[in-house]
Design a protein around this ligand. Structure first.
Ligand SMILES: Nc1nc2c(ncn2[C@@H]2O[C@H](COP(=O)(O)OP(=O)(O)OP(=O)(O)O)[C@@H](O)[C@H]2O)c(=O)[nH]1
Ligand SMILES: [Mg+2]
Length: 314
């Protein structure tokens, strides 16, 4: 199954709800009244897009069509356009499907340092492998640093990926201070002249003060070694976590100064509409979406394509 097909599968339920609701509620030739708008808003919220996005969409419909004779196609395109606007945000990001690296900010010098963080088990290590694959396929040289020294298995997992990818990796025995691994990573990356260094970290919660401090220490250490590092701090979010996970992510993103989101496991949820809520709540762009456990199951997030997948009947 291709990436787009997998993405669509993950959006199946949201898509069905949305399309059925629009079909049921809005009939061409009828007058759009407030009751209908309120009912639509209630249903939108049930698609996991979140309250803010739902009310923004309904607000657009109200402004344009309240008290007027409806044309379903107009409702359809207004909903689509509003969703695209929300998903694009005010991001200073180039969404170019032909350039899957475009949403990453590369530094002028080498290496660009990408720090990858998030709650336990969200898909950080796997996403690092997938991003490395994208980067190498576009001619960038990549080095990994196994900054999750908490579990021995974590180092092994990343080492295995590096072997499959054929890229260099910096590891230290488990228990080593992660900041020291990150430092060594920068050191080796500078010496080798690689384009990108990606640093894995152990999963943690935003309210674990000592672990958040550890993340801060990593940032400080690498910032001293490589100017401007980390150039990207990616927060990996598990798309299958509900509202609670989203609250957590919001705190995490702020506490760790994250610059972008990797939304993993979009294939594992029927409620891909949560992507909209995530974009709106987090205030930072979703840069990549993951739709499986394999190395190729990652692609840059494209707001237009995403919305088209939500509405496309094919
Ligand atoms: N279905 C699906 N599974 C995924 C995806 N990304 C990661 N996984 C799986 O999720 C599980 C956890 O992935 P990891 O990459 O180890 O997650 P992590 O955040 O590094 O975990 P910790 O280091 O323990 O915090 C693994 O079984 C992955 O194969 C995805 O996009 N889709
Ligand atoms: Mg991991």
């Amino acid at each position: 199954m291709g990436f787009f097909a997998k993405l669509k599968q993950g959006l199946q339920r949201t898509k069905q709800l949305l399309q059925t609701d629009i079909r049921d509620l809005f009939k061409t030739g009828e007058i759009l009244d407030e009751a209908k708008l309120e009912e639509f808003e209630a249903r939108l919220i049930r698609t996991d897009m979140g309250v803010a996005a739902s009310s923004q969409i309904v607000g657009e419909l109200r402004t344009k069509y309240l008290g007027r004779t409806l044309v379903v196609a107009d409702v359809w395109s207004t909903v689509k356009e509003t969703l695209k606007t929300i998903l694009r945000g005010n991001d200073d990001v180039t969404w170019d499907p032909d350039r899957p690296l475009s949403p990453l900010k590369f530094s002028e010098g080498k290496p660009t340092v990408i720090l990858v963080t998030g709650v336990n088990g969200t898909g950080k290590t796997t996403s690092i492998a997938k991003i490395s694959k994208l980067l190498t396929s576009q001619g960038k040289s990549v080095m990994l640093a196994a900054g999750d020294t908490f579990r021995a298995a974590a180092v092994e997992q990343l080492t295995l990926w590096s072997q499959r990818l054929g890229c260099a990796i910096v590891t230290r025995p488990s228990g080593t201070d992660p900041a020291s691994v990150a430092y060594s990573g920068c050191d080796e990356a500078l010496k080798a002249g690689v384009d990108v260094l990606i640093i894995d970290t152990a999963g943690r919660l935003h309210n674990q003060a000592n672990l958040m401090k550890e993340l801060e220490k990593i940032r400080n250490v690498i910032g001293k070694k490589v100017p401007g590092a980390p150039h990207e701090c990616l927060l990996v979010i598990d798309a299958t976590t509900g509202q609670n996970g989203l609250n957590q992510a919001e705190h995490f993103g702020k506490a760790a100064n994250c610059t972008g989101i990797v939304l993993a496991k979009l294939d594992g949820t029927a409620k891909g509409g949560v992507t909209v809520a995530i974009r709106q709540r987090m205030g930072i762009p979703v840069k990549y979406v993951g739709v499986g456990e394999q190395i190729d199951d990652l692609e840059l997030f494209n707001p237009d394509r995403f919305v088209d997948a939500l509405f496309d009947d094919a």
